[in-house]
Design a protein around this ligand. Structure first.
Ligand SMILES: [Zn+2]
Length: 346
């Protein structure tokens, strides 16, 4: 008997889907008054989507900066370790081998990442401390200036042209030395060029979109996509900035971003960085939502791709759009696993 599409999806998901950007630590911290938040609020959804690995991103909200940045980052890590420790279904991994072992046991695995170096202040020694706590991937900035450089604007032009600061360059060199994956998400175009120029390893963009479909400097141009491809890097496609138009923020447009990157740099360069964020957004007051819209952009969430359990629908649509099994496996997990092997070694 021939395989049904559901059987094919299950087969393609058998190794687990990898999502390299998930704002989980911030949410665990915000809900720290409750117990078992991971198990209660997230586990069912992660399991329904066959999620194998997520990049769990430390991010510090503006209201805590600058004084509280380090403390909140440590608190977020503490919450993640506490919550994961209480679930036999989950694990935090620090190396490629640990990821392989955890996946053999079918555990949902978290890789600790950081979005913006604000917790370091301008103290390079703290990067070593975070590495020892499990930090394995780092993007220098969010959409703001810090001691390392500037984030790209949510606008077609106007990001600062300064590039990285001397401290930003030190952080990049130290990441290469320690084995922390260098993530170009959010960095300004000038900072992007600086990092490409001063590094040699395969850099990643954990969560971004093509400016072809959403033209803001927070996203990436064809030239930037090619620069990552030339380095054998990987770009994770973001489910939040799919289109500036509500009616075009669809699953098909999400796949258009995947196709665009594939057509420019090949199937080895494109993967998943969902950045699911609607669940946090919906928890905010109307005032906070408006403040977010004014500061960044009017995010049009994709109804069919708003949470991890929607991964199966993504795979179904990739099949319907003619992607082959090998291509889909690379998008869903093989490309990120290659990056983990190259950067996180034994
Ligand atoms: Zn982000």
């Amino acid at each position: 008997m021939s395989e049904t599409i559901d059987e094919r999806i299950a087969r393609l998901h058998r190794h687990g889907v990898i999502d390299m950007h998930f704002d989980l630590p911030m949410d665990l911290y915000d809900k720290r008054a409750r117990e078992n938040v991971l198990a209660t609020d997230f586990l069912e959804d992660l399991e329904a989507g066959d999620i194998g690995v997520t990049g769990a991103a430390i991010y510090i909200d503006d209201r805590y900066l600058p004084e509280m940045g380090l403390r909140i980052a440590l608190d977020q890590i503490a919450r993640l370790y506490l919550e994961v420790g209480e679930s036999s279904r989950c694990a935090i991994c620090r190396s490629y081998q640990e990821i392989l072992r955890a996946r053999e046991q079918n555990k949902i695995t978290f890789l600790l990442t950081m979005e913006g170096i604000e917790p370091l202040g301008a103290d390079l020694d703290l990067l070593r401390a975070f590495y020892e706590l499990g930090l394995r991937s780092l993007c220098l900035t969010h959409a703001r200036r810090n001691a390392a450089g500037d984030g790209g604007l949510f606008a077609p032009s106007g990001s600062p042209r300064d590039g990285l600061t001397p401290f930003g360059r030190d952080v990049i060199r130290e990441c290469e030395k320690l084995g922390i994956i260098i993530d170009l998400a959010h960095i300004s175009p000038a900072g992007f060029d600086d990092i490409i120029e001063m590094t040699t390893k395969p850099v990643i963009i954990s969560h971004t979109n093509a400016r072809k479909y959403y033209d803001i400097e927070r996203n990436v141009t064809d030239e930037q996509i090619k620069a990552v491809g030339a380095r054998a890097g990987v770009i994770g496609i973001n489910a939040v900035l799919v289109s500036p138009q509500k009616e075009e923020a669809t699953l098909d447009r999400y796949i258009d971003h995947i196709e665009h990157v594939r057509d420019l740099i090949g199937i080895d360069g494109v993967a998943i960085g969902f950045d699911f964020f609607e669940f946090i957004y919906r928890q905010w007051s109307e005032g906070e939502q408006v403040a977010f819209q004014n500061k960044f952009t009017h995010a049009h969430f994709v109804p069919e791709l708003a949470k991890h359990s929607h991964s199966r629908g993504l795979t179904r649509r990739l099949i319907e759009r003619g992607f082959g099994d090998e291509e889909i496996e690379k998008i869903l997990f093989r490309n990120w696993m290659r990056i983990f092997e190259q950067w996180l070694g034994e």
